[in-house]
Design a protein around this ligand. Structure first.
Ligand SMILES: [Zn+2]
Length: 314
């Protein structure tokens, strides 16, 4: 385990649009139990909270845990414990009292945050300097992120800080974004954004991003262009953000960078081209942690965030 801990046994929960992952962590960070179940995404927020509580009970049948940390999809405000905004990947998720609802169902204090910030938390505590700064991007189905300055994760008004996918991008000019605006990074740099760009270039829509990556590997120019355009857009935005924030480390995670060196190299080149002289030598890096990064980050949340207690909201 890295950095700050609570000294307690903690349940970490990771809520996504398709599955819930749960793990029970010992005070030293060892995983004592794991469980995964489907998210009842079409059944409404009460059913999702029930499923989260059931997953917590599944990994801790003997009641060893004294705290819960949850990393959840959507815009989450850790102070109010509310989901302040969300897409319809989970029906009725926006407006859910996540912290209070889960505390009431489990009888345990709950700390909550959005999944990307929770995943970035251990990356921040792993910095050599406890007052270090971090720029973290997650490029997948969407483009999310987390910003930490001088050792503190930024949450911002309504928990919105870190939504890097909704920065303006010249590569996305004129294209409508999921948020209702136009020309945002997510439209051109996310996995669906890259496949949609390929479809605009060729008139044929591939089933998935990996198909575009395979065609690029065979040398198909439209595929190469769709991938490098998305990567360049992401690198440009991240480079500009690095100038604004002064990060000690820049991490680019999520599924899209894993499609290959073509993407990663184009991103790194565009990133480097934006940097002011004091930041030269800064390079985007892959995440430290693998598949269980979100649930591990979730379990670390109670060490730094407000706790929502059973019955407290009534
Ligand atoms: Zn947007």
């Amino acid at each position: 385990m890295t950095g700050r801990t609570t000294g307690a046994v903690v349940i970490g929960l990771d809520l996504g649009g398709t599955k819930i992952a749960a793990a029970l962590f010992a005070p030293d960070g060892a995983v004592l139990a794991r469980h995964t179940r489907a998210t009842p995404a079409r059944e409404g927020s009460a059913a999702v909270l029930d499923a989260l509580a059931a997953a917590a009970a599944e990994v801790d049948p003997d009641g060893l845990a004294s705290l819960i940390g949850i990393a959840a999809a959507g815009v989450v405000d850790p102070r109010s414990g509310m989901v302040t905004s969300a897409t319809d990947s989970i029906r009725g998720w926006a407006g859910t009292a996540l912290g209070a609802g889960l505390a009431d169902r489990t009888g345990l204090p709950v700390a909550c945050d959005n999944d990307v910030r929770a995943t970035a938390g251990p990356e921040l505590t792993a910095l050599a300097d406890s007052r270090g700064s971090l720029l973290y991007a997650a490029v997948g189905t969407g483009v999310g992120g987390a910003l930490a300055v001088d050792g503190r994760m930024l949450h911002g008004a309504a928990g919105i800080a870190g939504h890097l996918g909704h920065l303006p991008s010249p590569e996305a000019a004129g294209l409508p974004c999921t948020c209702g605006a136009t020309g945002h990074l997510e439209v051109i740099a996310s996995g669906p954004g890259i496949t949609a760009h390929y479809a605009r270039l060729t008139g044929t829509r591939p089933d998935r991003l990996e198909t575009v990556a395979a065609r690029a590997a065979e040398g198909e120019q439209a595929a190469v262009r769709a991938i490098t355009t998305g990567a360049t857009a992401a690198g440009r935005v991240l480079g500009g953000l690095a100038n604004a924030l002064g990060p000690d480390r820049v991490v680019v995670g999520g599924g899209v960078p894993r499609i290959g060196a073509l993407y990663r190299d184009a991103l790194a080149t565009a990133f480097a081209a934006e940097l002011m002289p004091p930041l030269r030598g800064l390079h985007p890096e892959p995440p430290l942690h693998g598949g269980d990064a979100a649930v591990r980050g979730a379990a670390a949340l109670p060490a730094t965030l407000p706790l929502h207690r059973p019955g407290a909201h009534r």
